[in-house]
Design a protein around this ligand. Structure first.
Ligand code: BGC
Ligand code: ZN
Length: 368
């Protein structure tokens, strides 16, 4: 069967190749779920893997099948599978367990080991192929009524985790009732985080450079949040106008903004970093002032990566509630379809060149 793969270490090596079809009984104890892939989303991580900045092949292979944001339909299940059945729509988690205590309790996203295993990213083949098989532990059901949001499940799980982690960590405050959030960046993670925070009742300011009218500004407005263009309103101005934020989630992909965000957080607040920055940027920050403010304000910084099954499930609940509150808004993120695995060059071109693309995804197969 066909797959889109790269040769890790070799820049711009994305190519179509033929790989063996998976079998449901390749997973132990009858726990296998065989999934027909319908759609796969791609993001900056895939671009960086194709730039050879990131990602390794599985041991024994010299290629890595790409794709970590999947949506498909179950075709066959092993005899002990209970969670899903043939015909169900599903997505899959990305990270697989290593050996730390966190991996043993189903929180692979929190592994304490340096090496991590992620399908389509590091040491495990991904989903940009026709079929895949996995243990039912890693397969998450998607309600049929949400199939129009297909590849958003994985990015939503990362947004759900980032928000959940902030709330969990802020239990240090005993009482934490955040009112105002800044979401830095209006790409897919920024927009989905905006949704998650609106559903928790916060006033959300979603910050990006470009001036409206743009699609992301329209989506932010559709979520009843405030879109802030820093070309029109620099951050200092925003802070003067509305005050510092109780919660800031950075999803810009810019480490400079991740650090600068430290200046815009209020007392007792939390700043969450979610971007993977594979480059080598250096930046200057007002470290004395930030240091002073952070100590005097008991502020918290945390990094958040990946997501476990629980975050997929809560992300799916948020997307479902989002459809009730803000009907038709989330699907506007699904901007750039590419038809067929053969069109991998177009997929990569859109990822690299199409700055306005919020979500590039491949239509792998028809749903029948
Ligand atoms: C993925 C995460 C993953 C991270 C680091 C992101 O693009 O969505 O699931 O953990 O990259 O590899
Ligand atoms: Zn991703």
């Amino acid at each position: 069967m066909k797959a889109i793969a790269v040769r890790p270490g070799e820049p711009q090596s994305a190519h179509l190749r033929d790989i063996d079809a998976p079998r449901v009984d390749s997973i132990d104890q009858g726990r296998g779920v065989l999934v027909k892939v319908l759609k796969v989303g791609v993001d900056a991580t895939d671009r960086e893997i194709n730039d050879a900045l990131y990602g390794d092949a599985p041991p024994g292979d010299d290629y890595l099948v790409l794709g970590h944001e999947c949506f498909g339909r179950v075709v066959e299940v092993g005899p002990s599978v209970r969670r899903v059945k043939p015909g169900d729509y599903v997505t899959a988690t990305v990270r697989r367990p290593g050996g730390s205590i966190y991996d043993l309790i189903g929180t692979n996203d929190m592994t304490s080991e340096e090496v991590y295993y992620e399908r389509g990213i590091n040491l495990l083949h991904g989903f940009l192929t026709e079929y895949f098989v996995d243990d039912e532990e890693f397969i998450v059901r998607v309600p049929e009524q949400m199939k129009h949001l297909h590849v958003l499940m994985e990015p939503m799980s990362c947004a759900a985790k980032a928000v959940q982690q902030a709330y969990d960590a802020q239990q240090r405050m005993r009482v934490w009732r955040p009112q105002r959030a800044f979401v830095m960046g209006a790409g897919q993670i920024g927009l989905l985080t905006t949704l998650a925070l609106k559903l928790r009742g916060l006033e959300v300011f979603t910050v990006a450079r470009s001036e409206p009218p743009t699609l992301n500004a329209q989506i932010v407005a559709g979520l009843e949040a405030h879109y802030v263009s820093t070309r029109r309103t620099p951050m200092e101005q925003l802070v003067d106008d509305v005050g510092r934020a109780d919660l800031i989630v950075d999803a810009t992909g810019s480490s400079e903004i991740a650090f600068k965000s430290m200046e815009w957080l209020g007392h007792n607040g939390a700043l969450v970093w979610t971007s993977i920055t594979g480059g080598a940027e250096e930046t200057t920050i007002r470290s004395d002032s930030v240091n002073l403010q952070w100590v005097l304000g008991n502020k918290l910084l945390l990094g958040s990566v990946n997501a476990n099954r629980g975050h997929f499930e809560s992300g799916i609940r948020d997307l479902a509630l989002g459809e009730m509150m803000y009907p038709g808004v989330a699907e506007k993120i699904l901007t750039n379809p590419v038809d067929g695995l053969e069109n991998h060059a177009e997929m990569m071109r859109l990822l690299v060149e199409e700055k306005s693309a919020l979500k590039v995804f491949v239509n792998v197969a028809e749903d029948d």
